[in-house]
Design a protein around this ligand. Structure first.
Ligand code: ZN
Length: 286
């Protein structure tokens, strides 16, 4: 990945005028990690004065494209179940479509084995299972939401002040049975603690789910969406515009939570990705 970026930068320095470089904006980008659960940053070529932003798809999902120092850059979310190996994007520039191949490397996330004495908490009843399955479909739909926006702020801030207690990607086993990996970042906070928007956006949905409890989805535009779960209450509703750092709710332990905490997920082109990739070192110390 680094090699690709470096070679394009060299090429670009020879092709573009210094004036264009000086005037072009530098995007706040997530850290590149072309691994399952990570984000690939793929250069698409120099920004021409009158050309439209390229449109890019990864499978069925449209991909965020940003301008970074005179280059168009695809910012591609890679779901945890993305197989390692060769993948390709579909890139549409001024009516022409081309394929752009890229590589996804392997990543081994740590394991967590939890023993729960009351097995009824692990095995869902038929009615709970039916509810959870219906909600899964709703959540999938929200994750795939696309709203075209001129700009997307990708410099996220931690949405709550507290101790991180569960990192992204951990492979969980309950009583030896594999469960879906942890697709978010947990922050231990007392019930009622302030939960703030990680960046500016529009509230996509506020809903109540079996596993995730009271949940807010904030749409940042161009396929970047954040999700805040197990809330005690929400102070926003669907359609509201929010600014970065604005209080959107209070933390709690609604849904299936063993204690009060905020579960924070970041979604990019429909894929749950590691939220920590979007934090600057400064905001991590919050
Ligand atoms: Zn969590």
């Amino acid at each position: 990945m680094k090699k690709v970026l470096a070679s394009v930068a060299v090429l670009c320095a020879g092709v573009l005028s210094p004036a264009l470089h000086a005037s072009s904006a530098q995007a706040a980008l997530p850290r590149a990690a072309a691994v399952p659960g990570g984000v690939a940053l793929l250069p698409l070529g120099a920004v021409a004065a009158d050309a439209e932003r390229p449109r890019v798809w990864f499978g069925e999902q449209q991909v965020l494209v940003t301008e970074d120092t005179g280059q168009w850059l695809a910012v591609v979310g890679l779901a945890l179940d993305t197989p390692a190996g060769e993948h390709e994007l579909r890139v549409q520039t001024s009516g022409e479509t081309r394929r752009l191949r890229f590589r996804v490397d392997t990543r081994e996330y740590p394991e967590q084995r939890i023993t729960i004495k009351d097995s009824s908490k692990v095995q869902l009843s038929a009615s709970d299972l039916a509810r959870a399955e219906a909600e899964f479909a709703t959540i999938q739909q929200l994750k795939r939401h696309w709203r075209e926006a001129t700009d997307t702020d990708m410099a996220l801030i931690l949405p709550a002040r507290g101790r991180p207690t569960g990192r992204f990607g951990v492979r969980r086993f309950f009583n030896g049975e594999p469960r879906s990996p942890h697709a978010g970042f947990d922050i231990a906070v007392p019930r009622g603690a302030t939960v703030s928007a990680d960046a500016a956006g529009r509230v996509l949905a506020v809903d109540e789910f079996f596993f995730n409890g009271k949940t807010i989805f904030v749409d940042h535009g161009n396929g970047l969406i954040s999700m805040y779960c197990h809330l005690d209450r929400s102070s926003v509703q669907a359609g509201d515009t929010v600014v970065k750092g604005q209080q959107i709710g209070e933390a709690g332990m609604s849904g299936r939570a063993t204690g009060p905490h905020l579960h924070w997920s970041v979604i990019l082109n429909g894929a749950m990705v590691d939220p920590e990739l979007f934090l600057s070192d400064r905001s991590k110390r919050r």
